[in-house]
Ligand binder design. Structure first.
Ligand code: SPV
Ligand code: MG
Length: 544
């Protein structure tokens, strides 16, 4: 990280004993690209700034518009910017205000040329252009120098005498006057395709103060020649805007003619490259630190590998989660519920007919071993998706929204949802019986109860179950490590391929990380057979 001020660095470039180079940029993006290429400075070209807005280089952009663009360029970069300030946009007084505004935006210097406002580009009928009176122009330089607050802010005086056809002597006379008026450097401009008049000027100038050139027209001159003539700063003045014009024309033509993106896709920057240049990663990192209230760390893993039993016709071409219930697939309902909670990192683990899973807004991973596999095998396929706050859920669950709300509200490392309804009133699969540290005290919200066992045995340890685990587990903070550790332990077990999520939960308990229990009474169902499916329609409608 460079700590030196941008002004000081521009001054350093001008005064360094070797020839230095700066490249044109016309917006924040171009400026960033120039810096990434390795340049030590940027030329804020008046031609390029106006061209990118398709207006002419005749002060059609207002000076405040220029300053606003420069602000983006300066914010996007750490290297100094030398603004092409045309004539200073008015008289000495306008020049003073310009310098102050540029300093406020961390612009390192400004170059002004000895023409009249509104100026015309030097390459458009240059010989017909009128020059500013020398004394008036010197007053502008002096006013700018007196206005600057930072001693190292640079004012470069640009001599247009050669452009206007006044000859070498007039050019030298002007250069000398501007130097004496306080200019930090003199820019001598030429529109000839050979460098002769520039080199002649340089020889006569003999390093009285730093000399700056713009070899747009005499581009074929070997750079070594500039070095030999003691040129301090070479400005490559318009090549970023010209490069972009060529690229945009070719791209537009191709897309128009082919009515397709196929030909251009490999020739244009990727969207990921745009994000990189914008610094999207930095924002994601910053969100982790500052945007704590949202659920951006939360993820959901939906286990959806199974075909389901006794629903042969309905699941011939698709897994159970893709069966529509009241016009919407079970999976869509789940994904929507998570999204409504602000949980956008959603992973669906498919298996049977995984190709039929349509889960917009969610990633799909496939458990190839789903047939001999187990629920835990599916979860193991999605371990990368286990974040600082993860909900693991069965894909065939329908439930009232408040259940997920409450689950996300609770500050436990590990949390499971247990339905405390009497077993004879509950429908469906009665395997996942939950034994807890206390029965449901319905009067209490967030009652402190821990899970002691999930079992298919209705008389485990000679006890009566306290309810049924509904197939929702949340692990957050340290719970993430507990969960990953337990999965790894079980993966080492020969029986892993027959294990389900309750085996994982029981392992967590055995490891001393018993999940807390969130009791509910009904308001959910899972879909195990055709009868469930019929009820699911009613359930979903009741919800709507
Ligand atoms: C610019 O880049 O806008 C310049 C250089 O002023 S030139 O276009 O050559 O005049
Ligand atoms: Mg210009």
């Amino acid at each position: 990280m460079l700590t030196t001020r941008k002004t000081t660095r521009l001054k350093g470039l001008l005064q360094s004993p070797q020839t230095e180079f700066i490249l044109e940029a016309h917006n924040g993006l171009a400026a960033r690209i120039v810096e990434e290429a390795g340049f030590k400075g940027i030329w804020g070209s008046g031609l390029a700034l106006s061209a990118q807005h398709a207006v002419r280089d005749n002060n059609e952009l207002s000076w405040t518009q220029v300053v606003n663009i420069l602000e983006f360029m300066s914010d996007a970069t750490t290297i100094p910017i030398l603004l092409d300030g045309d004539t200073g946009y008015g008289d000495f007084n306008n020049m003073r205000r310009l310098v102050r505004k540029l300093e406020q935006r961390d612009i390192a210097g400004v170059c002004i040329e000895d023409k009249l406002f509104p100026k015309t580009n030097s390459f458009i009928q240059g010989e017909r252009q009128e020059l500013e009176d020398v004394q008036t122009f010197c007053g502008k330089i002096q006013a700018g120098k007196d206005a600057q607050r930072d001693d190292d802010f640079c004012i470069v005086a640009r001599v247009e005498a050669l452009i206007a056809g006044w000859g070498l002597d007039e050019a030298l006379r002007r250069g000398e006057a501007y130097r004496k008026a306080g200019a930090d450097a003199v820019l001598i401009h030429s529109k000839q395709s050979r460098p002769d008049e520039i080199l002649a000027f340089a020889r006569e100038w003999a390093n009285r103060c730093p000399l700056v050139i713009v070899p747009t027209k005499y581009y074929a001159t070997p750079t070594e020649v500039f070095r030999e003539h003691g040129i301090s700063l070479v400005i490559w003045a318009n090549h970023m805007v010209r490069a972009s014009i060529t690229a945009m024309q070719a791209t537009a033509r191709s897309i128009f003619e082919t009515e397709s993106l196929v030909d251009v896709e490999g020739r244009v920057a990727t969207v990921a490259e745009i994000f990189r240049l914008q610094g999207a990663d930095e924002l994601l990192e910053a969100e982790k630190i500052y945007a704590r209230s949202t659920r951006q760390d939360a993820s959901a893993i939906i286990l959806a590998a199974s075909r389901g039993q006794g629903m042969d016709e309905l699941t011939r071409e698709r897994p159970k989660v893709m069966i529509p219930v009241a016009g919407k697939t079970v999976l869509r309902r789940l994904v929507d519920k998570f999204k409504a909670q602000g949980i956008n990192d959603i992973t669906v683990v498919g298996g049977y007919r995984a190709e039929a899973i349509d889960a917009q807004g969610a990633k799909v991973v496939v458990n190839e071993a789903w047939e001999r596999g187990s629920e835990l095998g599916s979860l193991a396929c999605a371990l990368e998706a286990v974040s600082q706050d993860t909900v693991v859920i069965y894909g065939d669950l329908l439930f009232r929204t408040y259940i997920l709300n409450n689950l996300m509200d609770w500050e436990a490392d590990l949390l499971v949802v247990v339905d405390s309804s009497p077993l004879d009133q509950a429908q469906g699969n009665k395997n996942d019986l939950a034994y807890c540290s206390a029965p449901d005290d319905r009067a209490m919200y967030q009652q402190k109860v821990t899970l002691e066992r999930i079992s298919s045995d209705a008389g485990w340890s000679g006890r009566r179950p306290d309810g049924r685990w509904i197939g929702m587990l949340r692990a957050r903070g340290p719970g993430r490590q507990y969960l990953l550790e337990a999965v790894r332990q079980l993966q080492a077990d020969a029986d892993f391929s027959r294990m389900d999520v309750p085996d994982l939960v029981n392992r967590l308990i055995a490891n001393g990380h018993a999940p807390q229990v969130q009791y509910v009474t009904g308001h959910w169902m899972d879909i195990n057979n055709l009868e469930d499916l019929q009820q699911a329609g009613d359930f979903a409608h009741g919800q709507a």
